[in-house]
Write a protein that binds this ligand. Structure first.
Ligand code: ADP
Ligand code: MG
Length: 241
C-alpha cells in the first residue's frame, strides 16, 4: 500500500507558542483519515505546514512520496482550506470553470466534471448565481466542489462540512467513501464526532501531539467507551493531567 502523506517529527511554533510538538502521521492510498482536536489544537497548522504554506521548524513532510514543499505536487492535490477563497463577483459556475482550467482540465472534461461535482454538493440549481449572494454553507459546498475537480488522487479537506445540513453532509461522506473505494485518499479535519466515526482511521491532536491514531472502533475498544466523542473527552482529560 502506497503512503500518500507521511509526516515525520513535524514541528511548528508561532512565536513562543509551540503549536505542533512532534507530529508523526500517515495517510495511505485508499483510506479516509480524520484529524480531530479542539479548536486551536493545530489541525489547520498541520495541513498548512505539510503543504508548505507555513514553514516547518523541524521535521519533514512527504506528499505523494515527494518531500514538501513542492509546487508540482500541489497540482495533484484537491485542497480545501478552512476559509473559502472564492471569486465573489463571479458565479459559482465561473469559479468552477476558472479553477478547473487552472488544474488543466480540457473543455469537454471540465463541463462533465462541473456537472458531477455540483451534484455531489447539491449546487446544480444555483450554479449561475453570483457567489456574493451565497450563504456560508453554500460557499463551503462550492469550495468542496472545486477541491473535487480533476479527480485528484489526494484530497485534503479542512472542516469541509461546517454550516452544511445533515442530509447533505451524509451525501458528501458517501462521495468521500466512493473516492476512497477508487483507491484515492482523503485527509479531513472535523470537529463533528459522528464524521470521525465514518473515517478509516482517526488521529486525535491534543497539546500539539497526536495522542491517539487508529480505527475508530479500535480506539473505542482501547478507551473502553462507546463513541469517538467519549474517546476524545477521555483523551483530553488525560492530556491536561
Ligand atoms: N499565522 C499564525 N500566526 C500566529 N498564530 C497562529 C497562526 N496560525 C495559527 N496560529 C495559532 O496556532 C494555534 C493553532 O491554530 P489552528 O491550526 O488554526 O488550529 P485548529 O485548526 O485546530 O483550530 C492557535 O492557537 C492559533 O491561534
Ligand atoms: Mg482549523
Amino acid at each position: 500500500m502506497e503512503t500518500t502523506i507521511a509526516l515525520q517529527h513535524l514541528k511548528k511554533a508561532f512565536g513562543k507558542q509551540q503549536v505542533l510538538r512532534d507530529i508523526d502521521f500517515t495517510v495511505h492510498q485508499g483510506e479516509i483519515v480524520g484529524l480531530i482536536g479542539p479548536s486551536g489544537a493545530g489541525k489547520s497548522t498541520v495541513i498548512k505546514t505539510m503543504l508548505g504554506m507555513e514553514r516547518a521548524d523541524g521535521g519533514q513532510a512527504f506528499i505523494l512520496q515527494q518531500p514538501m514543499p513542492n509546487r508540482l505536487i500541489l497540482g495533484r492535490i484537491g485542497y480545501m482550506a478552512q476559509s473559502d477563497a472564492l471569486y465573489e463577483d463571479l458565479t459559482a459556475k465561473e469559479n468552477l470553470q476558472f479553477f478547473g482550467q487552472m488544474k488543466g482540465l480540457r473543455k469537454a472534461k471540465l463541463a462533465q466534471e462541473i456537472s458531477h461535482v455540483s451534484q455531489v454538493v447539491d449546487l446544480t440549481a444555483d450554479l449561475n448565481k453570483l457567489v456574493k449572494g451565497y450563504s456560508g454553507g453554500m460557499k463551503r459546498r462550492l469550495s468542496l466542489a472545486i477541491a473535487l475537480l480533476g479527480t485528484p488522487e489526494l484530497l485534503i479537506l479542512d472542516e469541509p462540512t461546517v454550516g452544511i445540513d445533515p442530509a447533505l453532509r451524509r451525501q458528501i461522506w458517501r462521495e468521500l467513501a466512493t473516492i476512497r473505494d477508487q483507491g484515492r485518499s482523503v485527509l479531513v479535519t472535523t470537529h463533528v464526532m459522528s464524521e470521525a466515526e465514518a473515517t478509516d482511521r482517526v488521529a486525535l491532536l491534543i497539546g500539539g501531539q497526536i495522542v491517539a491514531f487508529d480505527q475508530p472502533q479500535k480506539l473505542e475498544k482501547q478507551y473502553d467507551v462507546p463513541t469517538i466523542e467519549d474517546v476524545f473527552l477521555q483523551a483530553e482529560k488525560e492530556a491536561v493531567k
